[in-house]
Ligand binder design. Structure first.
Ligand code: PDD
Length: 280
């Protein structure tokens, strides 16, 4: 059985439920986090717990659990579900409200759910050796992508466009043809030995893997710039890769029918993936 934490109790995931009056169900009024467990270690745990707090603050959702308590619950879920490699999902909605009203009450009781899935990171390592194909898709999401909101329809549509095209991820571009991010990742290019990624604005999520990679780049004195880059620059790049909690650093070798460089994973991307995994 898979266990989950739900509003103070540990229950079977299959026997856990949230009310239809939940504002997450009614309005997508909630946030979430995704933390990888790799060889029994939580990856960038504090960065994710901090970002959860930031997302909650940005939406004025108040929970009565400290980050330490959330950490303890996540570790208990890992133990109960015997996860040595997997993902922890933390879902928080503003809570139940009836009668339905866009305006929330001053005092709400958030619904908090924490559960896990198993993930085979060995398969991901194999994939990283080959690199992945991606597809371009317009960024049709709302304008506050800095909040890790559970409102994910734009991402869902992009991801399913990618799936239809046998792609691993969709790469999103804005109305000026600049790349924002992936449907669930940060996107990077390398040109003339400089790494580029979108600057931190409302249009992208502050990726924890992105954060960690910047620390690695700085430590190794690798050049990087947080700067807008266009669709054209993406296709002309020497290397392209994506970063996320669920993929770590994944080389991208194809964007729709365009090969990136020679169509093989770039050596720098592969080196960064190794550095990242060594840092876990
Ligand atoms: N997504 N941008 C978006 C839109 C994302 O959904 C994610 C992560 C990222 C990368 O963030 P991080 O490095 O902290 O994982 C960027 C997770 C994996 C998800 O929603 O499943």
């Amino acid at each position: 059985m898979t266990a989950c934490y739900i509003n103070g109790k540990y229950k079977k995931l299959s026997q856990s439920s949230i009310s239809v009056t939940d504002r997450g169900f009614q309005f997508s009024d909630g946030v979430y986090e995704v933390i990888a467990i790799y060889n029994n270690k939580f990856v960038d745990e504090n960065l994710h717990l901090d970002r959860l707090r930031t997302s909650l603050n940005k939406l004025n959702i108040k929970i009565n659990l400290s980050s330490k308590q959330i950490q303890n619950i996540s570790h208990k879920i890992k133990k109960l579900n015997k996860i040595s490699n997997g993902i922890i999902y933390l879902q928080v909605t503003r809570g139940d409200q009836h009668p339905r009203d866009h305006k929330y009450k001053n005092i709400m009781k958030p619904n908090i759910v924490i559960y896990s899935i198993k993930k085979d990171f060995k398969k991901l390592d194999q994939l990283a050796l080959k690199g992945v194909k991606t597809s371009l898709y317009p960024d049709i999401r709302w304008l506050r992508s800095d909040i890790k909101s559970i409102s994910l329809l734009g991402n869902v549509m992009a991801a399913n466009h990618a799936k239809k095209n046998n792609s691993h991820e969709a790469i999103l571009f804005d109305h000026k043809n600049n790349i924002t991010e992936g449907n669930s990742s940060s996107i990077w290019i390398i040109k003339k030995n400089i790494c580029y990624t979108h600057p931190l604005t409302y249009r992208i999520l502050k990726g924890c893997t992105r954060n960690k990679l910047i620390t690695i780049l700085k430590a190794h004195k690798f050049k990087f710039k947080e700067k807008l880059f266009s669709k054209k620059a993406l296709l002309d790049a020497d290397e392209v890769f994506m970063t996320s909690a669920t993929n770590f650093i994944m080389p991208i070798i194809k964007v729709d029918s365009y090969k990136i460089s020679n169509g093989k994973p770039g050596s720098f991307s592969q080196r960064l993936r190794k550095e990242f995994i060594n840092s876990i």
